[in-house]
Design a protein around this ligand. Sequence first.
Ligand code: F0G
Length: 456
Amino acid sequence: MSSPTSSAPGVRQATFRFRCIGCGDLSESASQNFRCPQCKDLLEITYPQGKESSFDPTKLKSTWRNRRLSSTPIDQSGVWRFRDLLPALASEGQAITLREGNTPLYELPQCARITGVPRLLAKHQGLNPTGSFKDAGMTVAATFARLAGFRWVACASTGNTSASMAAYAARGGLRSLVLVPDGKISWSKLSQALDYGAVTCQLRTDFDGCLRLLQELVLRAPVYQLNSINPFRLEGQKTLALELLEQLDWQPPDHIIVPGGNLGNSSAIGKALVEMRDLGLISRLPKLSIIQAEGANALVRTLREAAGKCLISVQAETRATAVRIGNPASWKKAVHVLEATGGACEQVSEIEIAQAKAEIGAEGIGCEPASAVTLAGLKKLVKLGLVKREESVVLILTGNLLKDPDFTMGFHRGDLFKGTPDETASAGLNPLRRPPMVLDATLDAVIGTLEQSEKS
Ligand code: F0G
């Protein structure tokens, strides 16, 4: 069956240009480091002015809805389904897709009660093909890497980007090079990159060191970088917000809360919200708030100590290894997003992250530690009066529970905080722990356990 709607009248795939977020310079092409040749700021993708006015919001919404009935790969992708707002492809077959996106929006009734908001939803990006939100960006960026004629793609990563990149490279017949900090990423993520055939280098440095090295590498070797500095990544990640608003029947929630690491995702979601408002797809902007781990709080400090004017880097340390990033590349884009939407930026402790992760798990949903900062952050925003008790909130869960089993096992066994300054305080988490029990293989032992659990 062919797509019923890809050539719908009035709907087009967008032609694009690169725009420097600092000086506003427009260009048809970008250098390998995706920085402005004049002022060295990051680039974003923009679509020629005036074109937007030809968009008919009602027609677009029905085109996107109808594409869900199609069986073509490009329409089955929850990213390319929104291709009218993405850089144009010459033909549909060019897209490298694993049918990413199409992620569920769940109610979190118990977490809503805990936080005191009436309606709490979670958009679970961890249910993408490789288990994280990175797939939405990777399908677009890997596609354009191949179109640009590259044989090799590369990234620095705390694990999820590398897993995603390796998968899309393999699907697209590209070779991939992964730079990860040695000993600082979860085995689940590392094993994905290996299985998808990446050349995987564990470097004796942190994420920031890996990214620095990659920036030099791309200027010396013919490899195409797929970190979120690459603006094609952010265009793909934009569709998370389009899909979310479609799931909400285009009624914006009051707040969207997202974890902040290298700050690509918050930048992408913010760009999508502004574009949706400008195109008349939504009538008002939700507030987009960014939450960081206390030990990796570069954006929090940048806003508090430098009023968002210059980056304050930190030496990052957190058990939420996905966001163990001290020198976030897209900090300036994130500051713009906070300003545009009126969102807040907060930090949460290791104990608060562990507690929130267990609470999301207890809803039968689960996520990786970095995603749980959103719920921990919401509690804080409610306490500070930045989220009002009558407001609707959506948490963006960025990674799957299975991404970091060591964290989950450590939590439930009770060793997560052993020997750390948080050990005493972590006793407060005991009611949430469900440690596995080793028993004799007898009926009495199992029934005794059942009775004991019924009482607790
Ligand atoms: N959540 C998860 C699960 C992540 O993997 C990341 C980033 C983030 C949140 C933060 O998103 O960087 O766009 O602000 N992971 C990267 C990686 C950096 O290499 O996988 P961000």
